[in-house]
Design a protein around this ligand. Structure first.
Ligand SMILES: Cc1cc2nc3c(=O)[nH]c(=O)nc-3n(C[C@H](O)[C@H](O)[C@H](O)COP(=O)(O)OP(=O)(O)OC[C@H]3O[C@@H](n4cnc5c(N)ncnc54)[C@H](O)[C@@H]3O)c2cc1C
Length: 408
């Protein structure tokens, strides 16, 4: 299928991969994985490493979904701050979640172990949209240092030019443990590692829960989960989000001198970073309608121009979009129903945690569910409304927050 939303820098610079359209023999295996994004690939690889026979079905091609189109920002943690998590869940659970979601960087491990060539860079900056956001960041940095001995750097407004040439922000928090990468090449690298470990990957094949004869099924279809299991589809709504990549910029290193990835603290956030060939990759604006803007570059450019007026007229070579599966409380929905494991709804914060979730599913199958349960026990509620009302109701709520952003 040609996808008009996939005119992406990532697709244009993807490493070559020889997809397998079908597999020999029957579809008997220990584990059937549905979905070839970070979650499914991470789970499939980890299951094969533990000795399971695995078949992964991907409806289109590896990295077709959010995993091959995202901003490439590697942001330790979840959508909630660590202190919010401790306030809600108590000290012990917060500590366990922190060890997994902040400290345990499985993406870095995979890249190193398999030599995945995906332009990995260190450093993530969250930029404060308002003075109050900056005060919150300062408090969070102190909390992270005192409670977890986790070091970040608070950047005062007057020092922001060390990281970013934009007059907009009131300070920020720089996390050297974060970073950025080329997400599609990471997905392709994971797929190659999985095949080397024995996983049979079938691309171009839409699967259902009983396509294979398997002991376990892993549903890793994220935004499409409702098509596979309608009951799980109630836990997320897809929000469309758009990215652009400029032509390579002569002044790229002046825009982002430390080459950190940046996300700001607006509710409908701007997020951006440099590619390996010095383009600015910029994500901004959300659409609550599923219909893409006719001209993605024209839709995203004003957000970029607001952050970086000096490149307001830069040539834009690529524009693309994808669906972010968002849960009601912005925490991922992960769990098990009988012999079916699932993980979805990473709410725009999945580049790091998806690989972890996939690996913990494999750990739960092979030995102990202790660490899987830490993630699986996060609270989650379905969105109100049936299949047709769910999206409009969620949209109303999101529009309200977006409006608050604009009113400052
Ligand atoms: C535009 C955008 C920007 C983002 N930016 C960031 C960011 O900078 N940092 C961050 O941390 N997160 C970001 N995210 C979120 C992140 O990309 C996701 O959380 C993550 O990629 C989800 O991975 P996944 O494997 O669970 O799902 P996906 O990557 O969506 O994979 C699901 C796969 O399942 C396949 N599939 C669906 N149905 C079937 C079926 N029946 N049979 C077989 N296959 C099927 C699909 O084709 C798809 O390839 C962004 C998301 C988007 C869309």
């Amino acid at each position: 299928m040609t996808d008009p939303l996939n005119h992406s820098y990532y697709a244009a610079t993807a490493h070559k991969r020889q997809p397998q359209r079908d597999i020999e023999g029957d579809l008997q295996c220990d584990v059937a994985v549905i979905g070839g994004g970070f979650t499914g690939l991470g789970a499939a690889l980890a299951c094969a490493e533990r000795g399971f026979s695995v078949i992964l079905f991907e409806a289109e091609h590896v990295g077709f979904g959010a995993s091959g189109r995202n901003g490439g920002q590697l942001i330790p943690g979840l959508r909630w701050t660590a202190s919010e998590i401790e306030r809600e869940f108590g000290r012990e659970r917060a500590g366990a979640l922190f060890d997994l979601c902040w400290r345990d960087n499985r993406v870095k491990n995979r890249i190193a172990r398999h030599g995945i060539d995906c332009d990995l860079k260190a450093g993530h900056l969250e930029a404060a949209w308002t003075p109050k956001d900056f005060d919150d960041m300062r408090r969070e940095a102190d909390y992270l240092a005192n409670r977890f001995d986790y070091r970040t750097e608070i950047v005062a407004k007057g020092e922001m030019s060390r990281h970013i040439a934009s007059p907009l922000y009131h300070g920020g928090i720089h996390d050297p443990q974060g970073g950025h990468f080329h997400p599609l090449n990471y997905a392709i690298g994971l797929a190659q590692a999985a095949e080397t470990a024995g996983v049979r990957i079938v691309e171009g094949r839409r699967a259902s829960l009983d396509t294979a004869k398997a002991r376990y099924v892993i549903d890793a279809t994220d935004s499409w989960i409702g098509d596979v299991e309608p009951a799980l589809g109630r836990y997320t709504v897809p929000i469309m989000n758009y990215n652009i990549a400029t032509a390579p910029l002569a002044n790229a290193d002046e825009l982002l001198p430390t080459d950190a990835a940046v996300a700001d603290s607006r509710f409908v956030l701007n997020y951006f970073r440099l590619s390996a060939d010095k383009r600015l990759i910029f994500g901004g604006g959300e659409r609550y309608s599923q219909t893409p803007p006719r001209d993605i570059a024209a839709f995203v450019r004003p957000f970029m121009a607001e952050v970086f007026p000096q490149i307001a007229d830069a040539k834009i070579d690529y524009g693309w979009g994808g669906a972010v599966a968002v849960t009601m409380n912005r925490l991922p929905h992960i769990g098990r129903r009988g012999n079916i494991f699932f993980a979805h709804g990473f709410s725009g914060h999945g580049a790091l945690v998806t690989t972890l979730a996939g690996e913990l599913i494999a750990e739960a199958m092979a030995e102990t569910a202790e660490r899987f349960d830490i993630l699986a026990n996060l609270p989650s509620k379905p969105f109100p409304g049936g299949k047709w009302l769910r999206r409009p109701l969620a949209t109303l709520g999101l529009l309200w927050y977006a409006l608050r952003d604009r009113l400052g």
